[in-house]
Structures are given as C-alpha cells and as structure tokens.
Design a protein around this ligand. Structure first.
Ligand code: CTP
Length: 406
C-alpha cells in the first residue's frame, strides 16, 4: 500500500520525536516519498537537518521564510503540501497540538497544514500519562475522532518522567503499519461520486417543548458520511437532532422532523449517485402538534391522549423514482430479521439493505460498534462480526463501490 505514496509528516515537540527517524526510514524502504514539517518546539528535540537528510527533502519549520531567504516557497506552501499528500501523520502529537487542532488554531507550520488538509490524517499522541489521561485531553481526542481523524493511541510503558503508564509513542513499525491500513481503508474509489447519507433520529413535536423521538445516536450515519468523504465522495449529511460534530469535508443539513428530512432528501436527491438512509425516521407523528406548551390541566382535559398519524416513508418514495441511483436502507429488526429485511429491500426497491438487531451484544443504540448483515438484491447475505461503526461503514461502501462499477 505504501509504494509510491506521498506521505507528509508533522513533528511536534515531544521527546519521542527521535523515533520519527525510524518511521521515515521504514517508509522510504517501503517505496514511499516523505516530506517533513516540524514545529519550533520539535527543534528542541531533533534538528531539521536530520529529517531533511533522512527524507531527502527540504523540511519546513516556520510558517514564513527566514529573513533574507530568497528561496521563497511562496505563501501557499501549506495548500500545495496539503494537496500533494496522500496521507498525513502527526507524530509525536503533544497535548497542546491536539488541543489546537480541535479548536482550529493555525499558529505553526503543522497546525496550519491541518486546517487546509483534505487527505486522511493519522495522529499519534505521545505525552506523560497524567497528561494523556487528563479529561480535557481525552475529550479532545474524542472530538478529533468525530472530525474524521485517525488516532493511534499511545502504549503503556516507561515514560520520560520515569513513571510507568500510557503515553509512549508506539514503535515505528506500528505507525508504518497503521499508515498502510489507513491508505487501504480510504482507497479513493468513490472520487467525485455524490453520496447522500441520513443519520440520527427525528423528533416529532407534541407541543412547544415535548416530542416523540427514539434512541438513535446518529453514530452509524456519521461514520458512513466520514468514511465516504475519506474515499473521495462529495457527501451531504442530512442529520436529525444529535450531539455529534460534523466530519470534515462533509456538507451537513440539520433537520428535526420526519417531514423536514423528507423535504431535505427530496431537494438533494436528483444530484446524488447514492443515497444511504441510516436515519431512524419516526414512523408516526402527532396529528395536531400544539404551538404552545400544554399545561397540566389541559393534559387532564386531553386525557393524556396524543393522536398519531403515519409519516411519509422517505426511502419508499425514492425507490419509486430510483432514477439509476444506488439506494441503501437500514432495517432495524428484533425478530424474523432476515425475512423482514428482505421484504423491506423489495418493498422499497433498494440495492442493499443493512440489517441490524439492537438487542444483540455490541449493536445497541449509541454503541461504538455494530453487528450487521448486508443483504443484496439477489438475496445474498454477508453477515459481519461485531465491528466499530467506521469499519461497518467501510464494508457497506465496498459493496456500494462494487455496484457503481457494474
Ligand atoms: N425510513 C424512511 N422513512 C420513514 C421510515 C423509515 O426512509 N418514514 C427508512 C429508514 O431510514 C431505514 C429504512 O427505511 O433505512 C427502514 O426503516 P425501519 O423503521 O426499520 O422500517 P420501516 O419501513 O419503518 O418498517 P417497520 O417499522 O415496520 O419495521
């Protein structure tokens, strides 16, 4: 996977910076081209000359050329390098760098690059255990994952402080292997394809403050959107009310109700090559939502009855048009799963249906993993083991890419 690949390495100021020498050597041995960008703080640990000798390329340290430097790279080096790279690695990534990336700061060569980067980015945090386990650092790392960055967590071991704990940069071989795996997972086989993904629940108003909803967290749909964008697709994400950050390079449209989701999907449908309906759309909505807040005494008068009517089925409506597009639906089933999912595929005229049962271990609402079976039009069933949602998304996209190539 690494042969002929262009790899950009950002080195920040941690003691593990010396290990990057071995990473560069391994990458070049594997046939990759390497360029290095480093922060001023990294220079405290290792010199640019070491990296330029090992990589065979000029190393960028400052955001601006040094005074009197006439070999000006131009002010767009960060854009040029960002476009040049197939994958970027930041190692070691300090707690400070991680926090800066989360907040979009661009105060040195490495963070400036990240802001304009389009290719996949692997971040390898390395720091003392106390800093790594700090709640703020952990929260920042979660946020980076939601944004669509890959994290190779530090390993347990002896730290520079002499303490033992999690914080060590993984060995160079592990970093090189992770880069190869990321290139594999983000194969650009959906470049230029337009993919619409829906995610999360819908909230159906009863009155000004109450609603009928469901437990969907949106994580599966957001993972689908992220995985598709990383493969080069132009992704539109129609999201119900969720507490997740938008993956980078994804256009997001927020909606609340099933009807709003219906409208948003209809508006976007024509441009798309693929529609993946991962949202848990409400099947029923209150007939007469009350504009004001219903008071306790009013509720007694209503006898606490809320009348519901069926919502429009978004996917079924798309299946009727079809229009040469690839349609993927999810089927949430707790019994007679296979038969129900196959019926859904037929009734909604889908290309694939992804069956999941929230009662299975590892497939519950809000979980980081999912257990699904992918069923196609011929009735073939691909039963996947318990996998992280991002991996599930990739397996579904592999099948979508296959259908698009036919
Ligand atoms: N779906 C939709 N519009 C709706 C309801 C569901 O587009 N109003 C989509 C979901 O996003 C999902 C698929 O249809 O991709 C299956 O949803 P599910 O609720 O499991 O099935 P239903 O068709 O609603 O049938 P049932 O509730 O009887 O299982």
């Amino acid at each position: 996977m690494l042969k002929g690949k262009k790899i950009l390495i950002g080195v920040t100021g941690g003691i593990a910076a010396y290990k990057i020498c071995f990473v560069i050597r391994e990458l070049r041995r594997a046939g990759a081209e390497v360029r290095v960008v480093m922060t001023e703080a990294a220079k405290e640990f290792i010199t640019p000359l070491t990296f330029s000798t090992l990589s065979g390329n000029e190393v960028i340290v400052g955001t601006f050329p040094a005074p009197g430097d006439s070999t000006v790279r131009g002010s767009t080096w960060h854009i040029d390098l960002g476009l040049w790279a197939d994958v970027m690695l930041i190692a070691p990534a300090t707690a400070n760098t991680i926090a800066k990336i989360v907040h979009g700061l661009a105060d040195n060569a490495v963070t400036t690059l990240v802001l304009s980067l389009r290719c996949p980015l692997l971040i390898c945090p390395a720091m003392d255990a106390e800093m790594w386990t700090n709640a703020v650092t952990q929260e920042n790392v979660e946020r980076l994952k939601e944004l669509g960055f890959f994290i190779l967590p530090p390993v347990e071991g002896e730290l520079a402080s002499g303490l033992i704990g999690p914080g060590r940069l993984p060995e160079p071989e592990a970093i090189v292997q992770a880069l190869g795996e990321i290139l594999e997972k983000t194969r650009q086989n959906l470049t230029g394809k337009k993919i619409l993904v829906t995610a999360g629940p819908t909230y159906e108003p009863i009155d000004a403050v109450r609603f009928v909803g469901n437990r969907s967290s949106g994580k599966m749909g957001f993972a689908m959107a992220n995985a598709a964008a990383l493969r080069g697709a132009e992704v539109t994400l129609v999201a119900g009310p969720v507490h997740l950050h938008t993956p980078r390079n994804v256009k997001r449209i927020d909606v609340q109700t099933a009807e709003e989701m219906y409208q948003a999907v209809q508006t976007e449908f024509e441009k798309q090559d693929v529609v993946i309906m991962a949202a848990a759309v409400a099947d029923y909505t209150p007939t007469k939502p009350v504009r004001q807040k219903i008071k306790k005494e009013d509720r007694a008068a209503l006898k606490l009855k809320v009348e519901l009517r069926q919502t429009r089925d978004i996917l079924e409506a798309l299946g009727k048009k079809k229009d040469g597009k690839v349609l993927v639906g999810f089927a949430l089933e707790t019994h007679d799963e296979i038969q129900n999912a196959k019926d859904k595929l037929k009734r909604k005229n889908l290309d694939l249906v992804v069956l999941n049962n929230p009662l299975l271990e590892g497939a519950a609402f809000g979980a980081e993993t999912n257990v699904v079976s992918i069923i196609d039009r011929s009735g073939k069933i691909e039963a996947l083991p318990k996998l992280p949602k991002f991996e599930v998304a990739n397996r579904i996209l592999d099948r979508v890419a296959e259908i698009l190539q036919r």
